[in-house]
Ligand binder design. Structure first.
Ligand SMILES: [Zn+2]
Length: 481
């Protein structure tokens, strides 16, 4: 695709010769393809592949003279951690934070290449986990490897001696079980082995990936993610004979509950999303800029129209979700027999909360929406996690943005929130580590990255990875150096 940009001489990556970058890129591809071929599906059936993947990374580190540790909180659920030492004068470590598990994939669903074959074709590595998130794992592993080689080149022991040029430690933690809440992965490590993840900042999945809009290239850096509150609503009606319909049929009431909850809520612009939209507006040509201004404006009809004309349906849905607390009714259950009117029904709803919305706020919103049905419902909280946020300014954020700009002078980094939850909950809530979604990839403008997450034909571009490796290296060497 030929969009390689020479690295400015002042950056740490400039000290590595182009031939060495080519070799590192080739090694990265081998590692990524090895990892995709290990079907580390979550839920694991049976457990084991996550452990295989953790051991594979550990072996890669061992070969470089490092002493990684494989941690197995439950049989077959592998996590791998490692530490590179700085000279201790630079403050707390930087954590490279990623996950090994992937969601299931079925070749029969129409994959162009087998989901666990890791084929290289048409400029991409294909397979489950290519973007979520083994591509990023491979980037992080290679950065650790390249830093370890600095020590060996200086005749030092990378497992014990400070890495030349590093003042802070670099921590690496690649975990199991992210796709199911991290109880055998990040959450377990945060609770039981906090020293493996305690850091001044962490780099995690899903941000730092280019998105083209109106001919401009943006790099949203994930600084925040929404919280979730899952409620099970028990709807109480009256049992009866199906031959004589009644209004308090619990299934009929549940249908009305779903209708009321599915109406989109009031939008609220959080500071991160205001910063994101303002940055977008300032960088765009006048016409799309006025649409962005309408999205952050007060007129709901102009806002909806602007979202529709600016974004394709996928990004429109994401943006809608980032502008409000959202409710998605995802499970409905009622009834025991065709001629028995159900007296009980259950509706399970997935609420995603903006920073500033508490569990109690969300529960109150749900009960208010139920209106006159509220007295007939019991609202039970089943899962809960608050939103998390890291500063969208300061040493680490500013370095992320500056490094993007250095490697892509036309690129525009912006802070953004994610509508979904990641293992950043574990690092942020348990350990207080500001956690950024930052896995730098410069994509082909046509690539539909968000659709690849958990999707059919998940794939990552070879050139995107080639661009991302020195970017991540410069962030790590820059922050820790
Ligand atoms: Zn992921």
């Amino acid at each position: 695709m030929g969009h390689y940009v020479p690295v400015p001489a002042a950056l740490p990556s400039a000290a590595i010769a182009p031939a060495e970058w080519d070799a590192a890129h080739a090694e990265l591809l081998v590692l990524l393809r090895d990892l995709i071929r290990i079907p580390s599906i979550n839920p694991p059936d049976p457990p084991g592949p996550e452990l295989d993947a953790a051991r594979h990374i550990a072996a890669t580190f061992h070969a470089e003279g490092l002493e990684p540790e494989v941690i197995e909180p439950e049989p077959g659920r592998g996590n791998v951690v490692a530490r590179l030492r700085g000279d201790g004068t630079g403050g707390d470590p930087l954590l490279l934070f990623s996950h090994l598990d992937v969601v299931p994939a079925n070749a029969a669903d129409g994959w162009t290449h087998g989901p666990f074959d890791a084929d290289v074709a048409d400029g991409y590595v294909w397979g489950r986990g290519a973007v979520d998130m083994k591509g990023a794992v491979a980037l992080e592993v290679m950065v650790v490897v390249l830093l370890a080689r600095r020590a060996r080149a200086a005749g030092l022991d990378p497992a014990r001696d400070p890495i030349p040029g590093l003042r802070r430690d670099v921590l690496f933690a690649c975990t199991a079980d992210e796709e199911a809440g991290g109880t055998a992965g990040a959450r377990w490590l945060a609770d039981h082995r906090p020293e493996t993840m305690r850091a001044a900042g962490a780099l995690n999945e899903a941000g730092g990936v280019s998105v083209e809009l109106a001919g401009r290239r943006f790099y949203p850096i994930q600084v925040a993610e929404k919280g979730y509150e899952v409620f099970r609503i028990h709807v109480h009606g009256t049992w009866g004979h199906g031959s004589m319909p009644r209004d308090d049929n619990a299934a009929v009431m549940a249908a009305e509950v779903v209708r009321r909850l599915a109406v989109p809520g009031e939008p609220r612009l959080t500071p991160v999303m205001r910063q994101f939209l303002d940055g977008l507006r300032d960088a765009l040509p006048p016409e799309p800029a006025s649409l962005v201004a309408a999205i952050s404006g007060d007129d709901p009809r102009r806002r909806e129209a602007a979202i529709r004309s600016l974004c394709d349906p996928m990004y429109a849905r994401a943006l809608q979700a980032l502008l409000r607390d959202s409710i998605s009714p995802d499970i409905i259950a009622a009834g025991i027999k065709y001629n028995v009117i159900p007296g009980e029904a259950m509706v399970e709803i997935d609420c995603r909360t903006l920073p500033g919305t508490t569990t109690d706020d969300m529960r109150e919103e749900v009960i208010a929406r139920l209106g006159d049905l509220a007295p007939s419902c019991t609202v039970e909280l089943t899962h809960s996690a608050p939103p998390v946020a890291a500063p969208a300014s300061g040493e680490l954020y500013d370095l992320l943005a500056a490094t993007i700009r250095a490697h892509d002078p036309d690129g525009i980094p912006l802070p953004v929130m994610a509508p979904f939850a990641t293992d950043a909950k574990a690092t942020t809530l348990t350990l207080g580590v500001p956690t950024y979604g930052f896995t730098p990839l410069r994509l082909d403008p046509e690539e539909r990255f968000l659709e690849r997450f958990h999707g059919v034909d998940e794939r990552v571009g070879l050139e995107a990875l080639r661009w991302g490796l020195p970017v991540l290296y410069d962030v790590v060497a820059g922050f820790c150096g």
